[in-house]
Design a protein around this ligand. Sequence first.
Ligand SMILES: [Zn+2]
Length: 430
Amino acid sequence: MSTTYLIKNASVLGGDPQDLLLRDGIIADAGALGPVAGTVVIDAGGLIALPGLVDLHTHLREPGREDAETVDTGTRAAALGGFTAVHAMANTDPVADTAGVVEQVWRLGREAGHCDVFPVGAVTVGLAGERLAELGAMADSAARVRVFSDDGKCVSDANLMRRALEYVKAFDGVVAQHAQEPRLTEGAQMNEGELSGILGLTGWPAVAEEAVIARDILLAAHTKSRLHVCHVSTAGSVELIRWAKSKGYPVTAEVTPHHLILTEDLVKSYDPIYKVNPPLRTAADVEALRAGLADGTIDAVATDHAPHPQEDKDCEWAAAAMGMLGLETALSVVQQTMVDSGLMSWAGVADRMSVRPAAIGQVEDRHGRPLAIGEPANLVLVDPAAKRTVDRTGLASLSQNTPYQGMELPGAVVATFLRGTATVLDGKLA
Ligand SMILES: [Zn+2]
């Protein structure tokens, strides 16, 4: 028999305190509740209750790079970060481009049990950008794939992108594009601008992202099919997506936590911990991304959690792998940049980190639900008054490439519940 929890005085979405009774996987009762026999009582005074977070963009690395992360360790990190669902990116080895591989990842997620794992299918075979993968077979598989992405690479062939968009319409799928024009970013090491010139590093220009987004918006409009833009990083990209939405085109977008807080100035250190794709941009871009997230132009925060073993980061800048961890710090970064700055409410955080990503990933029947009677008991309790100094040796991820090492960040995940079962309690794995 599963444990029954009575959560007392939680501030639901930052509103008035109420009690929540979690029983048999659902929120069985809510409001002002008296004592209930046989329950574990959690005093949530001062804590915010949000629907369990949903990540649209997680690299779990398994199969193939189990030295960097496994489905088990990555989903432990996710639960500690307040997530109850993650979408696992397809750039594994072998690539998740068949029903067999996506089912393997989905099963590993179920066995680990820390959060729901929804595999993302590759758009093209082997991420090679030459022919479409078995999109229909992945959609029909036990993993029920709805999000397709060659992330790490861009589907740069316009005709293939058009055909992918047309194909996924059959099951209301979405193509999630890593927008990067490959010819414009050959050898790119950081954001292109004055600083890249000074540092002598090859630049990754904003136009390489924006040109692909503009093209894909028009393809989505033409095919009337759903486009999702991964990790938007420039002010110009936000403007393009704002325009697409004003026209009513079926386009959604995400921003990473690190693009909301870090700027290219950190690259002056030549510390590869700050090497990421798309690169860290300017303060003006950060400001535009925050504004776009606040006004809803950008639908979701997605981590782009990208674990790398130490040896792939502890080397000279040019040779280092691109990417940084994100799952265990995402909510704190969003609190600091969006909530504590006054740009967004906690209800806004629930919308951008749970409700909308669940809808984009087509899992809104189970995740991103209101915290109301009869709904699945997927939720997170956050202490917004807590402060913590990030210590990479204390993370659940197998890798340690966090850019926040030694930084003090606000907020802490106190508890996470997946269908009424605690995956995290008192800030530790349950
Ligand atoms: Zn990417």
